[in-house]
Design a protein around this ligand. Structure first.
Ligand code: URA
Length: 231
């Protein structure tokens, strides 16, 4: 979409006013001063008017690279929350698709579209979640088999669904899960006599954590990423 059209949609200002704002150097795109009203704006571009980040109206779909030390909650009296990281975004109404522990890093999806959040997280829709773990001990073939077969976790009476555990060098592992039980990756390794030292989520369904996003940074999902969770 053209820059002037984008700003007009996002703010409700008439195109002439928007063009004037561009001429008066009040508009930036990804931190660079905008010069052309006809500049093409991609879904992931960050457009600011007078330093305020703009967003098109309608439901919002975001990915965030969560750092350690933040909780996946919309309020918390003790710890910073992931919404605190979305500094230029109006966070009213935003919900979180699938929680990560406070010390887990990586991909978090957020939206104000409740039905979409439900599609991302509902076990019925079976979206793979992929994690990279660093463990105290190297992964054994028995652990790989236990993940594939399903296991009973402490205090539960239902086997975990078949999961993949792929050993990586330096006591690493890539884990593919279809469920989202409480502390599931840590508890599955603990049930195999190992201990997770660090955990990072790299993918949910078809959506990969954008490797250009620094820890704490976020961006809107592309249309294709958002729609990958729809039927
Ligand atoms: N499994 C865990 O143990 N922790 C997370 O944060 C996510 C999955």
């Amino acid at each position: 979409m053209r820059l002037d059209k984008y700003i007009s949609h996002a703010t409700g200002l008439p195109r002439d006013t928007v063009k004037r704002a561009i001429r008066h150097k009040r508009v930036s795109v990804n931190g660079e001063l905008a010069r052309l009203a006809a500049q093409h704006i991609a879904e992931t571009d960050r457009v600011c008017l007078d330093d305020d980040a703009l967003q098109l109206p309608g439901p919002r779909y975001l990915m965030l690279h969560k750092p350690a030390g933040y909780v996946c909650a919309t309020e918390d009296s003790e710890h910073p929350i992931v919404l605190d990281l979305l500094r230029d975004i109006d966070t009213a109404g935003l919900g979180i698709a699938g929680r990560l522990d406070i010390d887990t890093t990586g991909l978090v999806l957020l939206s104000d579209d409740g039905q979409w959040l439900h599609r991302v997280t509902s076990p019925r829709h079976q979206h793979d979640k992929v994690y990279r773990a660093v463990l105290q001990e190297a992964v054994t073939p028995q652990t790989v088999e236990a993940f594939a077969a399903g296991m009973l976790l402490h205090g539960e009476d239902k086997l975990t669904a078949p999961a993949r555990c792929i050993p990586l060098p330096d006591n690493g592992a890539e884990v593919h899960l279809r469920e989202g039980r409480y502390h599931q990756v840590k508890r599955m390794f603990a049930a195999c006599g190992n201990h997770v030292l660090a955990l990072h989520r790299v993918r949910i369904g078809a959506v990969l954590l954008d490797d250009t996003l620094a820890e704490g940074a976020s961006r809107p999902l592309t249309q294709e990423e958002m729609e990958s969770f729809l039927p």
